[in-house]
Design a protein around this ligand. Structure first.
Ligand code: ARG
Length: 592
């Protein structure tokens, strides 16, 4: 079943039809419909169309009005100003449309599938082997996961790639150290006890620090470590096996963090930097042969007119170093070839810190010159800003170290659990439910705080604010959802019937029209990759629901029909909240 057309789409179609009748020769007849404070909708497109057709805008608008059939969807339409159209829809039309959506078994809530879905490869959640995850990795994971869910909901074919940092010279040092201290990665627990992610990380961290110390203070060790890099790159089996140990151990840790984040990351989607090793030489050859890259002081470089250092000299993208080594850029260029030619992507997304924007700008431009990216295959970095502490400075511990992501998450869960506990008795939650809800609220709070501001902006990590019950927080939305569930339980009606014959109170109308906007919101968010607009939509939905409660009694409505109609409205609101939150990776507990 095709999904239910939203009211705004119906209005749009009717206006476009009236416009083509009035302007039979025009090639485009977009009425440019938008929501408005003055009417339910406003169409602003007449002015431009009139100009193009050399017609008088007010006359054209009047003509369009006369062509529009009113009564079923459009109740009232009038010309305003120099040639705008103000449009009101009928109460019955609002209820009827929402009721159709309510009855739709596909539960798409009026959101259509994209007419021509493509294949998007999205690069996100890419921590580094043998290193702690920090808040930067949190942002990539949270934003990336939301974009994945939203795109998949529109029918896009999405391939996930976790480009983990699992290659580089530091592995020479780590492997050499482990070879000389073979038991450093052994687990304390009994042989059959599962290793916890935390334990895996603490071993790696200890080993990393010890190896680094040796490397910095012992020249002979340094030499041995450098030789190990050569062995690793040559694929020497023993060295490779040890490298694999670091990767496996780190994955145990990554998976434990992703699980805490309530996020599904699949092993086959983890294709780290090392996954492109076989392609690097070929990538360089292609770039050099085509002249996109040139040799400069022994290194293979790509130059850009607009990328210059402070001294005014051009700063190239180095694809191959003069010693023959390949770096981050060669890997990313090879990954582009893989994603475009093997995975058949038409869109490449990179959810990566804004501090890497110059790198991606140069990599994308290089790929364009090489013909790997073009009009049909586009690449875009979804750059995100820095996470700041309460003081507005980059988030650090008091000792000046980067904050461990797990510590932050644990603290968020702790705080959230106390918030949940405070109300638990009244709601009658069991201890088990308190613990579970504490996790959902805590993790939801962290995700929502990240997703509710535009990604490129820096944001303050402020747990007090994040778990606050008032304001633009996930807890506020989760309570809105749980409150509806409580009302529905009390009402005890499985599927309350909608009553389109009833007039709507202003608060009902506002809620209904906002529900109608879900499809538009998803369409926009999927086109712009801006999950914060979905967060804003949901917050507004919860706020309209609060206003509705204030003005419209539900269980104590005047008539049984009105009661049913209001129950239907809040149930649809709950389903929309649930769907929207789940697209953001946030749970909505039934009882809170
Ligand atoms: N591992 C990198 C980091 O922690 C992010 C990788 C981004 N993706 C990419 N294709 N370069 O900064």
């Amino acid at each position: 079943m095709a999904s239910v057309t939203s009211l705004s789409d119906s209005v749009q179609q009717r206006l476009a039809a009236a416009l083509s009748a009035a302007l039979p020769d025009a090639d485009s007849t977009d009425p440019l419909l938008r929501r408005s404070d003055r009417a339910d909708f406003q169409a602003n497109g007449i002015l431009a169309l009139a100009k193009k057709a050399k017609a008088n805008p007010r006359e054209l608008a009047t003509e369009v009005v006369s062509q529009v059939v009113t009564g079923d969807v459009i109740e009232d339409i009038e010309v305003s100003g120099p040639g705008f159209l103000n449009i009101a829809v009928g109460d019955g039309a609002i209820t009827r449309n929402l009721a159709e959506r309510y009855a739709d078994e596909t539960d798409r809530l009026g959101v259509p599938y994209a007419p021509a879905p493509g294949t998007t490869v999205i690069d996100y959640a890419q921590p580094n082997v043998a290193k702690e995850m920090h808040v930067g990795h949190l942002r990539s994971a949270v934003i990336g996961d939301a974009v994945v869910q939203i795109l998949e909901f529109t029918g896009e074919n999405v391939v996930r790639r976790h480009h983990i940092g699992d290659w580089g010279t530091q592995f020479g040092m780590l492997i050499q150290y482990l070879d000389e201290h073979p038991h450093e990665l052994d687990h304390k627990a009994g042989a059959d006890a599962a290793v916890s992610g935390e334990e895996a990380m603490s071993n790696l961290d200890r080993l990393y620090k010890a190896a680094r110390k040796h490397f910095d203070s012992d020249d002979e060790f340094k030499t041995r470590a450098r030789r190990r890099v050569v062995d690793l790159q040559a694929g020497e089996p023993h060295t490779l096996a040890m490298w694999q140990k670091f990767v496996d151990e780190s994955k145990i840790y990554f998976f434990s963090v992703f699980e805490k984040l309530d996020m599904e990351i699949r092993d086959p989607d983890i294709v780290g930097e090392s996954g492109y090793n076989e392609m690097l030489a070929e990538t360089c050859r292609l770039l050099e042969e085509s002249g996109v890259a040139v040799r400069s002081e022994g290194a293979l470089c790509v130059f850009f007119d607009d990328v210059k250092g402070p001294d005014g000299k051009p700063v190239p993208l180095i694809v191959q170093k003069s010693d023959g080594g390949y770096g981050y850029a060669a890997t990313d260029l090879s990954a582009i070839r893989d994603r475009v030619f093997n995975l058949k992507a038409d869109t490449l997304l990179y959810v990566v810190d804004a501090r890497q924007s110059l790198h991606f700008r140069m990599v994308f431009e290089t790929a364009r010159r090489a013909g790997w990216l073009n009009e049909d295959v586009k690449a875009q970095q979804l750059a995100f800003g820095t996470v700041l502490g309460k003081d507005g400075k980059p988030f650090k511990t008091r000792e000046g170290e980067t904050v461990r992501l797990v510590d932050l998450l644990d603290e968020a869960i702790d705080r959230a659990t106390s918030v949940v506990r405070e109300k638990a008795e009244k709601v009658g939650l069991t201890e088990e439910e308190i613990v579970e809800n504490g996790r959902f609220v805590g993790i939801g709070a962290v995700k929502y705080a990240d997703l509710s501001t535009s990604a490129v902006r820096d944001y303050k990590f402020d747990l007090d604010q994040m778990v606050s019950l008032n304001g633009d927080t996930s807890v506020y939305l989760q309570y809105a959802y749980a409150r509806i569930q409580s009302i529905l339980r009390k009402a005890g009606e499985a599927r309350p019937a909608a009553h389109p014959e009833l007039p709507l109170a202003p608060a009902e109308r506002a809620l209904g029209l906002h529900l109608d906007q879900f499809a538009e919101t998803i369409r926009e968010v999927a086109a712009t990759y801006e999950p914060h607009k979905l967060a804003a939509y949901l917050y507004q939905l919860a706020a309209l629901l609060t206003a509705f409660y204030d003005q419209c009694p539900v269980l104590k409505a005047d008539t049984p029909e009105q009661r049913a109609n209001r129950l239907f409205l809040v149930d649809l609101t709950a389903r929309t909240l649930h769907r929207g939150m789940s697209l953001l990776g946030i749970r909505t507990p039934e009882r809170l």
